[in-house]
Design a protein around this ligand. Sequence first.
Ligand SMILES: [Zn+2]
Ligand SMILES: [Zn+2]
Length: 188
Amino acid sequence: MSMLIPDTVRSLGVCAELVNYEDGAETGMVTKEWAVSMIRRYKMSYVGPLDEAVRARLHALGPEFRPLFDMKEGQLADWANATVRKLRIYPQIVTHDDLGWHIHYFEADTPLVDRIRGSTAMAAMDVVQRGEARRLRVCTAVDCDNVFLDTTRNLSKVFCDPASCGNRMHGMRFRQRNRVREQQGPTQ
Ligand SMILES: [Zn+2]
Ligand SMILES: [Zn+2]
């Protein structure tokens, strides 16, 4: 595990999932099932509506957040500062589910997208402060632009998902090597 606190990892996990969300091209929104599952998986305390308007705003967070994964430290800091200022955040330390004490950067009636914006901005501040901004990464596999938070100790994660992109690139390199060998012909 990295130096990052669990809440930063959680918040940036949500952020990356929104960027990587792929099923909204036609509808312009995330599905209700996906939204429910995200809230459950990340143990979000949100109990407000998940109607079409809310789910369209969630979907729009993807393109809004994507640039964060290409930003230099200073740009990420500027983005986080501007976002926090716009949201007028008042941190509250709380505990719910089995998360233990953690900080909410939203009120009970804050819309879901603004909760996520606030948590993402504070998580961005955390990675900048710790000198870990380069942990926000884009997958290096061909034909994949998924983003992820690299939580490995030595910054060794290069694929969004080792099981899919990692294996695919491994197979591709293997075939390339064989092709080169065939072109060179049998060695004497
Ligand atoms: Zn919470
Ligand atoms: Zn990938």
